[in-house]
Design a binder for this molecule. Structure first.
Ligand code: PGA
Length: 254
């Protein structure tokens, strides 16, 4: 099967106000040389303005979290229909910062994936082992178990539209990464796990990305790998110039 065009996703985390988001998008669009689709997961408060600024362009705007229920007395939560209403198109789910600081487990993430799909939003599931699990040599087992639990009950058809990012927790924001080959092996294991439980076509269609300390200097190494369909970029997605360089480098590697 020929390699897919790599997809690059920026995760702004808790950075950028409305006006900063709009300035970023306008600047990016004015400098962009090739029409490559890219994704930006922006803070809830900036989704509407970012989506307006990106309307009709190659930039797709999404959220970084969603509630697992559609409506109710849940102070501080944001629901899937609310995200649809502000024109979000995708949602990051299961990010290690949500797991670690907000105690999200695979069960909750599974429910969030279901409601995301139900409302026609595209889920981007994050999985990855932490430093301790890695030191115990259980990375593969942890990643496989997260994958199967988070995707429990998801059909082949639903899985086709999913994106999954392998993000080793020890590589996030640290400047340390696995080698491109190690990342490729883990992602290949994820694809095989999907092929075994669902079907082979689905496993080929699901986009499997790498994330964790991606920079302009290493983007190409990762996307040149046979199994890596794209990148999830945190810190380096906050600057137009750096993010654009990552996108350009990632795509040259095809
Ligand atoms: P980083 O973050 O690129 O800053 O390491 C990646 C992520 O958390 O998605």
């Amino acid at each position: 099967m020929s390699k897919k065009k790599p997809v690059v996703i920026g995760n702004w985390k808790m950075h950028k106000t409305n006006s900063e988001a709009v300035i970023f998008i306008k600047e990016y669009l004015s400098l962009m040389s090739q029409k490559t689709t890219l994704y930006l997961a922006v803070p809830f408060t900036a989704i509407k303005m970012a989506a307006d600024a990106a309307a009709g362009s190659a930039i797709v705007i999404g959220a970084q979290n969603v509630s697992d229920i559609a409506e109710g007395p849940l102070t501080g939560e944001v629901s899937a229909p609310m995200l649809c209403d502000v024109a979000a198109q995708f949602v990051i789910l299961g990010h290690s910062e949500r797991r670690r600081f907000f105690a999200e487990d695979d069960n909750l993430i599974n429910r969030k994936i279901r409601i995301t799909i139900q409302y026609g939003l595209q889920p981007l599931l994050c999985i990855g082992e932490n430093a301790e699990q890695r030191s115990k040599d259980s990375s593969e087992q942890v990643v496989k178990s997260q994958l199967l639990s988070c995707l429990e009950g998801i059909t082949d058809k639903q899985l086709n539209g999913l994106m999954i990012a392998y993000e080793p927790v020890w590589a996030i924001g640290t400047g340390v990464t696995p080698t491109a080959d190690q990342a490729n092996q883990m992602i290949s294991m994820c694809r095989k796990t999907i092929a075994d439980k669902w079907d082979k076509m689905t496993a080929q269609k699901v986009r499997l990305l790498y994330g964790g300390s991606v920079l302009p200097s290493n983007a190409r190494e990762f996307t040149a790998q046979s199994e890596i369909d794209g990148l999830l970029v945190g810190g380096a997605s906050l600057s137009v110039a750096t993010f654009m360089e990552i996108v350009d480098n990632a795509i040259v590697s095809m």
